[in-house]
Design a protein around this ligand. Structure first.
Ligand code: PMP
Ligand code: GLN
Length: 383
């Protein structure tokens, strides 16, 4: 393996899921739901499978899916031309990697916010660029926020792009409109590209608002907006994602994408189109049920002795492990499956500054209530 990819040999999700399987643990590590998406969407996939949609779809994605993505994006007030401004990808993961490969090169810097989703660092490295990491900071009421001073300070003449994820994995924080306006102003002032990972766009709680950066002044023409069907429709294995941006930026991403996977998910694409057009009510039910699950797991984790951090969106809630006498959540995460039969993911693996983040452990609550309850019961035996 070439030196620049050596730090990325095994993803934490594969490692923790393997450990969970080995010890028959309740897996609240890797974030994936344990129920299926809307029946109408599954039916549409079945019909496409048996209806002959089994050859290569068109390079940019099937037209009905691009049209549905464009209609979906209208909910935020942004218009995209399905023919030139939308590209279907193999999940958000390919969208992010292809975007970085297409738009950055050796010597370019990409600003990444830590903790960051694990593929970001690997994707920046594959592109040959360099990551400049800034941290989230805790404001006085305990919310994690973007560190705008750090962002300002991280911008250099070599900065090409800012990669942002909100709703944020692993912390569950949702960036506020005010903060995003400040990011937008910096991007415009320094002529930066913004790459936004919005895979949890529908999964926000307690009235929190997801604000796509592309909707802010000056950002439509410099933002590559990325999302995917996996989290919205409980189909993380389908890997149908998309990019919305300008014709120039989409053409660039497509140039890279066509030599990574070319195309993928033929018969799943019409089903996702169907879901985007017809199943947003189902998604609203998912959102409210996830909010209840967040509360259920958070209460259980507090009962088990952890200090629970607020989660405003996503599948995840983080806890501070120090009240239970641990200093390093990674050590606890490695022994947890065998010791009590629960798997979780340490936050420090998503950072360049593990010392600052080592007290946090991430739990996924996108599970059936009885699974959450069983995990909590097992975790209670820690004290
Ligand atoms: N970004 C974030 C923040 C994620 O949590 C995930 C994982 N689901 C992805 C991207 C990858 O999305 P996909 O499965 O669509 O590739
Ligand atoms: N996005 C999921 C998580 O954060 C896992 C995705 C993966 O396994 N690569 O848990």
């Amino acid at each position: 393996l070439v030196p620049r990819l050596r730090p990325f040999t095994a993803t934490i999700f594969a490692e923790m899921t393997a450990l969970a399987v080995k010890h028959n643990a309740v897996n609240l590590g890797q974030g994936f739901p344990d129920t299926d998406g809307p029946a109408g969407m599954l039916e549409a996939a079945k019909n496409a499978l048996f209806g002959g949609a089994n050859q290569y779809p068109p390079g940019p994605g099937r037209p009905e899916l691009r049209a549905a993505i464009a209609r979906h994006r209208l909910r935020y007030g942004t218009e995209y031309d399905p023919d030139t401004e939308i590209l279907v990808t193999a999940g958000a993961t390919e969208a992010i990697t292809a975007t970085l490969i297409a738009l950055t090169e050796r010597g370019d810097e990409v600003i990444v916010v830590e903790p960051y989703y694990d593929s970001y660092a690997a994707a920046v490295a594959m592109a040959g660029a360099e990551r400049r990491v800034i941290g989230l900071v805790e404001n006085p009421d305990g919310r994690l926020e973007l560190d705008l001073d750090a962002l300002r300070a991280a911008i250099t003449p070599r900065t090409r792009a800012v990669l942002l994820n909100s709703p944020h994995n692993p912390t569950g924080t949702v960036f506020t409109r005010g903060q995003l306006e400040a990011v937008a102003a910096l991007c415009v002032a320094h002529d930066l590209i913004a790459i936004t990972d919005e895979v949890y766009e529908h999964l926000v709680f307690d009235g929190a608002e997801h604000v796509p950066l592309a909707t802010l002044p000056g950002m439509r023409e410099r933002t590559v907006s990325i999302s995917s069907a996996g989290k919205t429709f409980n189909c993380t294995g389908w890997k149908i994602g998309w990019v919305c941006s300008t014709p120039e930026l989409v053409a660039a991403v497509k140039a890279a994408k066509q030599f990574i996977t070319f195309v993928s998910g033929g018969p799943l694409q019409p089903a996702v189109a169907y879901a985007l057009d017809n199943e947003l009510e189902w998604v609203e039910g998912l959102r409210t049920s996830l909010q209840d699950k967040r509360d259920r797991l958070s209460a259980g984790l507090a009962d088990a002795g952890f200090e629970v951090r607020p989660s405003e969106g996503t599948y995840f809630v983080c806890v501070d492990v120090r009240p239970l006498g641990f200093t390093d959540a990674a050590e606890l995460a490695w022994e947890l499956p065998e010791r009590v039969g629960v798997a979780a993911v340490p936050v420090k693996v998503f950072t360049d500054h593990p010392e600052e983040w080592k007290h946090l452990l991430r739990f996924a609550f996108c599970k059936r209530n009885e699974v959450i309850d069983e995990a909590v019961k097992r975790l209670r035996s820690l004290v």
